[in-house]
Design a protein around this ligand. Structure first.
Ligand code: SF4
Length: 374
């Protein structure tokens, strides 16, 4: 690999955390040491995470980058493609979502896409360099009559040599087992925000419903993708609570998407932000959230998701520095705009990044570290 500044170019041994137990530089009274921060822990307190958020920004970046380098190749970013396989008409009332029947966003409801059409789009994503094909359906939960098509899609995507990820809403344990049998690699189910703020954003289900589905997915042996959205008018405390909920799950999600709200007119939150633009997440606070995710969940892939298209290259570079190492490619994210492939290729060239080709640490040898933490 091309040596990076401050990186000797040797292959990192990511199977064990670094041995040093030194106070980190720059902190007059460091609360955490390098050893603390590279250990896989699920016993974080809200106070720990609030302290991480509150670190001086340059020190936070340094610490997050140190944790990142202990477990990941710092110049590699995973490319994923996201396709909406069933758009709009969702009965849920998520305040940020243009696909809810409660939103006046102009998104038309469509039926589940034909299996062959989905597989054609997966083949295009593979040709464009994607490692993972993520598919989203705007459902409260899949109906049993939908499962045969869903299973055929999962098998078809897997047969192409692509990793598969689905987000279909809440699952029963039986549905999770069916998806696992079909070979689904990942299931996405975001917790969205802190438990306290969650009920101000969604009323048709509660956080415990979300956690139940994550449990079913984990118990079925499918890798978990779970993150949330910042910039919904929540406070720093809510962002702490959001990271705390994920970082104290019995096992950290293998993927943690961090979205910045894309305000869509006609949605509750989109209209609210249009009236109070100051509620929009500040770039530095967004990077702090990414860094807190990286430090508390060292093995997870931290994904920059919605909202990336409106971020400057410099903000995205700070996110990569803070430990983000996965993005969605293509010019659409379900119904929201995304940075296009050309823009991403230019950004990668500018920053000296390359697509991840190997295994994710949470699924390779380092999985033992996470198991030891359970
Ligand atoms: S976020 Fe998902 S569950 Fe919520 S309204 Fe949109 S499609 Fe439905």
């Amino acid at each position: 690999m091309v040596p990076l500044p401050g990186y000797a170019g040797e292959d990192l041994d990511r199977s064990t955390p670094p041995e040093q137990d030194l106070p980190l530089p720059l902190s007059p009274e460091p609360a955490l040491t390098v050893r603390d921060m590279t250990e896989i822990r699920t016993d974080w307190t809200r106070e720990d995470i609030a302290e991480i958020f509150a670190l001086p920004f340059t020190e936070l970046l340094f610490q997050a980058a140190s944790v990142h380098r202990a477990h990941h190749q710092p110049d590699e970013v995973q490319l994923c493609t996201l396709l909406s396989i069933k758009t709009g008409g969702c009965q849920e009332d998520c305040g940020y979502c243009s696909q809810s029947v409660k939103a006046d966003s102009g998104v038309k409801a469509s039926k589940l896409m034909d299996v062959q059409e989905v597989l054609q789009r997966a083949a295009q994503a593979k040709d464009a360099g994607s490692q993972r094909f993520c598919m989203g359906a705007a459902w409260r939960n899949p109906k049993d009559r939908d499962m045969p098509s869903i299973i055929s899609i999962v098998k078809g995507v897997r047969d192409m040599g692509l990793e598969s990820c689905m987000t279909l809403g809440m699952l029963t344990p039986q549905q999770a087992a069916m998806l696992a049998d079909a070979g689904l690699d990942y299931y996405n189910h975001n917790i969205d925000s802190s438990p306290e703020y969650y009920e101000r954003v969604i009323s048709t289900r509660c956080m415990s419903d979300r956690l139940d589905t994550l449990d079913h997915v984990r118990n079925a042996g499918i890798n978990v993708c779970s993150g949330g959205i910042v910039g919904m008018g929540e406070t720093r405390e809510d962002r702490v609570g959001f990271i705390h909920t994920l970082a104290t799950l019995p096992r950290h999600p293998e993927s943690v998407p961090v979205n910045a709200l894309v305000p869509v007119k006609g949605t509750v939150l989109g209209d609210m932000l249009a009236d109070t633009p100051l509620a929009k997440i500040d770039d530095i606070e967004f990077v702090r959230t990414v860094a807190a995710a990286r430090i508390t969940m060292p093995l997870s892939m931290v994904r920059l998701s919605a909202g990336r298209e409106s971020m400057s290259d410099a903000t995205q570079a700070l996110c990569f520095m803070a430990g983000a190492n996965s993005i969605f490619t293509g010019d659409r994210l379900l119904t929201a705009p995304n940075a296009g492939d050309d823009q991403d290729a230019a950004l990668f060239a500018r920053l000296g990044l390359k697509p991840l080709t190997g295994e994710e640490p949470a699924r390779a040898g380092c999985g033992a570290l996470q198991e030891a933490a359970e």
